[in-house]
Design a protein around this ligand. Sequence first.
Ligand SMILES: NC(=O)c1ccc[n+]([C@@H]2O[C@H](COP(=O)([O-])OP(=O)(O)OC[C@H]3O[C@@H](n4cnc5c(N)ncnc54)[C@H](OP(=O)(O)O)[C@@H]3O)[C@@H](O)[C@H]2O)c1
Length: 217
Amino acid sequence: MTDVSGLSIAILGGTGDQGKGLARRFALAGHRVLIGSRSAQRARDAAASIGAGAAGGENAAVAAEADVVIVAVPYEGHRALLESLRAELAGKIVVDCVNPLGFDKQGAYALPVAEGSAAQQAAAVLPDSTVVAAFHHVSAVLLMDPAVDKVDLDVLVLGDDREATDIVQALAEAVPGVRGVYGGRLRNAQQIEAFTANLISINRRYKAHAGLRITDI
Ligand SMILES: NC(=O)c1ccc[n+]([C@@H]2O[C@H](COP(=O)([O-])OP(=O)(O)OC[C@H]3O[C@@H](n4cnc5c(N)ncnc54)[C@H](OP(=O)(O)O)[C@@H]3O)[C@@H](O)[C@H]2O)c1
């Protein structure tokens, strides 16, 4: 397994449920964690609520400082935020966990994305970064729950750069119980993002926080 112990991790939109949940688990695993926000004060407040040495700042500042940057903003703000951070994110691994979903009376459904997926949109907007797709199916509720000491799922990690997907697989395993599994090239990210709509339907029917496990590996 790749050694990722010294890597610092920034989370764009880290004031939201998903970003804070990931930040909490990475901070507990000993990583330096930087919460990003459009507001430095909101980021500092979120970091203080997590503790474990987490710090906060504006998205651009944390993106420039960290080794690895996770994108955890709603799909609506995804493209514009990444376009504004092209320089800060150049040369870095950018981990996209964004699920382009709509919601109506029938529940969640996948939105069409011109580039194919949110992850491919990130790669198109950030030609000087290495984009990896991961963490789409992990439940923010479980990540935040102090009573949950193990999160029972595989995190599928997709990308076109073997070294980068190895690093993100190892980072995923900072969350106790999680296994990082290579899930294919970035062009296959669309169905991983879209599958979250199915998981949301499962969660509603069974009152659960469902995750995926891949067998026979
Ligand atoms: N929640 C989950 O369980 C879960 C699981 C897997 C993946 N995801 C994905 O992770 C992403 C974040 O989910 P979430 O539930 O944490 O969302 P969220 O709470 O709605 O948003 C996260 C943060 O993004 C920032 N933000 C909101 N609108 C923005 C915009 N237009 N431009 C830039 N920043 C904006 C806000 O931070 P500031 O106002 O502080 O800037 C907000 O706190 C989504 O794409 C979602 O599909 C979520």
